[in-house]
Write a protein that binds this ligand. Structure first.
Ligand code: XMP
Length: 527
């Protein structure tokens, strides 16, 4: 296994992720673990290497983080990254200076000295025959004198010592960040470190991850009971499946149906968790209560607030009935863990983002967040490994307020019923239509797709009769990060079929339009 010591970088978890991608088990711990912890950790010989992360501090200042000295005495390879490199240099007898120029972003690094770390790795070769790496840099300080025993491993114009190695002791250090995807060979470099230098095998996989997570959850909660707010979304579902695997009936899920879910969603959740997985799920049908509070409200933000508030109220009431509960489990995943700079001992504090709108501290429960180190694609892989259906785990995101923000203006039960049916037809046809070029269906080819209810009536003609009914808009977008998005160029035949089916099958809708706005300037949701 690999130990990653965290010096407060925003991308430490990416190091862990890259190591996991190489099939090697790693754990992230704060830099200030005790020597005793490290000795214990290395006791059984399973520790093969240590990675020191970057961080926001300067080793030139007093009282800034240092590497526990025992790390350098373990006899295992050590890789320092950015601050980790500077700390290594300072502690082993080198020197660090405050660079006059900060360097941030893309850089080209010349690999030197034929070290084991860069062996066979380069992005291009200069006419002079130098192997070059395209990397991502982010630093102010730099090493200006290498410690005794080290040789030069990499340099840039700005940073003559951008990498150094003591190959005898297997200490390596780089000023750039191999863990970010902008460093094109980053994965290969970390792969070389863990495999070739540390000698780890690629034998760690999802079943191992599950076994470890299960043990950790059992240790954390002991015999206490745990409550989890199940929304039917990917994250809370995977968290529920994992925690159930660990502690069975000590877990109770509360599933609040606010009446604004998609067609058949409530039953689907109950079948999947209650029937198939044997998870204890309390379903609260609170549609009436939500509708009551939403009556007459048209402002989107006001609707969101009401839905969030009622959710908390309903959840709290149910949670209060579960007597022995000491823990509140949440499906917080790594991207939800937002860094806010400048506070706390390690230079950063971590704030949790709660999809459900922030369950209150008054619940007096401890937080259990078993997914907080994982990225979305890893959560999905974990879900499949835990036996959740593939289609469920690869679903598009669905907003917490549900159809509440897809029914423009006032939310009414009648509108929600019409929208649910139109939306289900759209999704069904997206799934059933395969694009011949990619062999993928259009649900897979889009990042988010749904129907929106417009509370305006327009005139139509059906048979010999005039109709005067509501409009539905279809929205389908393609995006990487949901911050910007393109409207999807769905085939006209697909759109035609969806429109026909909605108008024929959903009495009350006589017109279907397709939204061709990008984000920006529009947003993905209409409210
Ligand atoms: P917009 O509409 O801002 O949406 O382009 C970006 C992503 O966020 C989702 N979204 C929400 N999710 N509560 C949520 O949990 C909300 O109030 C909310 N509003 C938007 C949206 O579905 C899209 O994936």
């Amino acid at each position: 296994k690999i130990l990653i010591l965290d010096f407060g970088s925003q991308v430490t978890q990416l190091i862990a992720r890259r190591v996991r991608d190489s099939g090697v088990f790693s754990e992230v711990h704060p830099y200030d673990v005790s020597d005793e912890f490290i000795a214990n950790y290395a006791k059984d010989g399973a520790l093969r290497g240590v990675i020191l992360s970057g961080g926001p501090n300067s080793v030139i200042d007093d009282d800034t983080p240092r590497v526990p000295q025992s790390v350098f005495e373990l006899g295992v390879p050590v890789l320092g990254i950015c601050y980790g490199m500077q700390a290594m240099a300072a502690q082993l007898g080198g020197e660090v200076e405050n660079g006059k120029l900060r360097e941030f972003g893309y850089a080209e690094v010349r690999a030197r000295g034929h070290t084991a770390l860069f062996n066979g790795i380069s992005d291009f070769v200069t006419p002079e025959g130098h192997g070059m790496l395209k990397v991502w840099m982010s630093h102010g300080d730099k090493v200006n004198v290498m410690p005794p025993g080290f040789k030069l491993m990499a340099s840039t114009d700005n940073c003559p010592i951008a990498g150094m190695a003591d190959e005898e002791r297997k200490f390596y250090a780089v000023q750039f960040h191999p863990e970010v995807t902008h460093t094109e060979q980053g994965k290969a470099i970390l792969g070389r470190f863990v495999h070739e230098i540390c000698g780890c095998k690629s034998d760690w996989n999802m079943p191992d991850y599950i076994a470890e997570a299960v043990t950790a959850i059992r240790e954390q909660v002991g015999s206490d009971d745990v409550i989890l707010g199940l929304s039917g979304g990917v994250d809370s579902s995977v968290a529920a499946a994992l925690i159930h695997r660990a502690i069975g009936d000590q877990l109770t899920c509360v599933f609040v149906d606010h009446g604004l879910l998609r067609l058949g969603e409530g039953d689907m959740v109950m079948d999947m968790f209650g029937k198939n997985l044997g998870v204890k799920v309390i379903r609260v049908d609170a549609g009436g209560q939500f509708m009551g509070h939403l009556a007459g409200v048209t402002d989107p933000e006001a609707k969101r607030k009401i839905i969030g508030r009622e959710f908390v109220e309903v959840f709290q009431l149910e949670a209060g009935k579960i007597e022995n509960a000491k823990w509140l489990a949440q499906g917080t995943i790594y991207p939800d863990v937002i860094e806010s700079a400048g506070k706390g001992k390690k230079g950063h504090t971590i704030k949790s983002h709660h999809n459900v709108g922030g369950l209150p501290e008054t619940l007096n429960l401890k937080l259990l967040e078993p997914l907080r180190e994982l990225f979305k694609d890893e959560v999905r892989e974990l879900g499949v490994a835990l036996g959740l259906p593939h289609d469920m785990v690869y679903r598009h995101p669905f907003p917490g307020p549900g159809l509440g923000v897809r029914i423009l203006g006032e939310v009414k039960r009648e509108f929600a019923d019409l929208l649910r049916r139109a939306d289900a037809i759209f999704i069904e046809e997206l799934r059933n239509t395969v694009d011949i070029n990619s062999s993928k269906n259009w649900y897979e080819l889009t990042s988010q797709a749904f129907a929106v209810f417009l509370p305006v009536k327009s005139v139509g003609v059906m048979g010999d009769g005039r109709t005067y009914e509501y409009v539905v808009a279809l929205r389908a977008v393609q995006t990487q990060d949901f911050m910007t998005a393109h409207w999807a160029h769905l085939p006209h035949e697909l759109l035609g079929k969806v429109s026909n089916r909605i108008i024929n099958e959903v009495r009350g809708i006589n017109r279907v339009v397709y939204d061709i706005s990008g984000k920006p300037p529009a947003t993905i949701e209409w409210e």
